[in-house]
Design a protein around this ligand. Structure first.
Ligand code: NAI
Length: 334
């Protein structure tokens, strides 16, 4: 099938081309994001392949449908960026990669947690400059601390298991508790109780209308003073302005982000020679107790291999009716 691949980086092309030896699709790679301005590039392609910051609102979907597109193959698990009711109205089918490597994201969450606690990012720079002072690098023992996991699906459950290995107490909030987690010793409770008991809170639920700004001015009143907040889920799970205020007042003691509310304008490109126009993002960079990565939690060789194979498998299943088609049904849309 002819496929227009948007937001292509060299690594996407490399993993997709390698996996495509088995599938034989005709892949056209576009570096640009899919936006209202770039949608004409997709004209005549029955399938488009999109990533997390491609825009798939009603206007873009209408133009895609007009141009002959029938399938949106997402190279992601999250689908919050797709207007699913609009896709259904237009007869566009949407597929995703439901699970590629929960370990990749869970392990990156742990990397952020440990770096932030032990201030590895500050120590690294100091030692390179011959500064061996320990002032300001004080951490805490993770063993015995209480970790609150919001969303215990594939990634949250993997993260919970790792935290139990550190001999932490693990609390969880999820409308659909995992029996596997309960068996491991995870204790489920309501969100407010979790927030008030946790030393570390980590977000692993999808972004939906119910979870948008789950962490906000009100919920931040419920947390333990000095708590560590980690978000490797989606940027808008957090009201970033409220979080900046909570950092200033000391309510939040630590913040680790792999995702950011307005990341579409920033992430996945080199802006090191430019002035960042996003003042909230710039403010976050000024805190000594904030660590950020640019949506890289998924970024392992194992995950990219699985993403490429599942995405191309979805396209084949759509085209031939054979094999597994991981469709995102319209009714889960926001
Ligand atoms: P999953 O579908 O296996 O698990 C999501 C869990 O969240 C489910 O157990 C669900 O019941 C729960 N949930 C739904 N609404 C909730 C709510 N209001 N409060 C608490 N829990 C709720 O998804 P998976 O694979 O574990 O991924 C989770 C999220 O991680 C994705 O939706 C995506 O946004 C994000 N992600 C981030 C990546 C990164 O590179 N930073 C990579 C992959 C996923």
């Amino acid at each position: 099938m002819r496929v227009a691949v948007f937001s292509t980086k060299t690594y996407d092309q490399c993993f997709l081309e390698h996996a495509n030896k088995k599938f034989g699709h005709q892949l056209a790679f576009f570096e640009t994001r899919l936006t209202p301005d770039t949608t004409p590039l997709a004209k005549g392609y029955p399938a488009i392949c999109a990533f997390v910051n491609d825009e798939l609102d009603r206007g873009v979907l209408e133009k895609l449908a007009e141009g002959g597109t029938k399938l949106i193959a997402l190279r992601s698990a999250g689908f919050n960026h797709v207007n699913l009711p609009a896709a259904a109205d237009l007869g566009l089918r949407v597929a995703r990669v439901p699970a590629y490597s929960p370990a990749a994201v869970a392990e990156h969450t742990v990397a952020l947690l440990l770096s932030l606690n032990r201030k590895v990012y500050r120590a690294y720079n100091r030692v390179r400059e011959g500064n061996f002072s320990l002032e300001g690098l004080l951490g805490f023992d993770l063993e015995g601390k209480t970790v609150g996991v919001i969303g215990t699906g594939k990634i949250g459950a993997t993260f919970a298991r790792i935290m139990l290995g550190f001999r932490c107490r693990v609390l969880a909030f999820d409308p659909y508790p995992s029996q596997e987690c309960v068996a491991l010793g995870v204790r489920y409770m309501d969100l407010d109780t979790l927030l008030s008991h946790s030393d570390i809170v980590s977000l692993h639920c999808p972004l939906t209308s119910q979870t948008h700004h789950l962490i906000n001015q009100e919920s931040l009143k419920k947390v333990k003073r000095g708590v560590m907040l980690i978000n490797t889920g989606r940027g808008a799970l957090i009201d970033t302005r409220a979080v900046v205020e909570a950092l200033k007042s000391g309510i939040l003691g630590y913040l680790a982000l792999d995702v950011y509310e307005e990341e579409e304008e920033l992430f996945f490109r080199d802006l090191s020679g430019q002035v960042i126009q996003d003042d909230i993002f710039a403010r976050l960079q000024t805190f000594p107790n904030v660590i950020m990565t640019g949506h890289q939690a998924f970024f392992t060789g194992e995950a990219l291999t699985k993403i490429a194979e599942t995405t191309l498998g979805n396209i084949t299943a759509f085209e031939t009716g054979q094999g597994t088609f991981y469709e995102v049904p319209a009714e889960v849309g926001v």
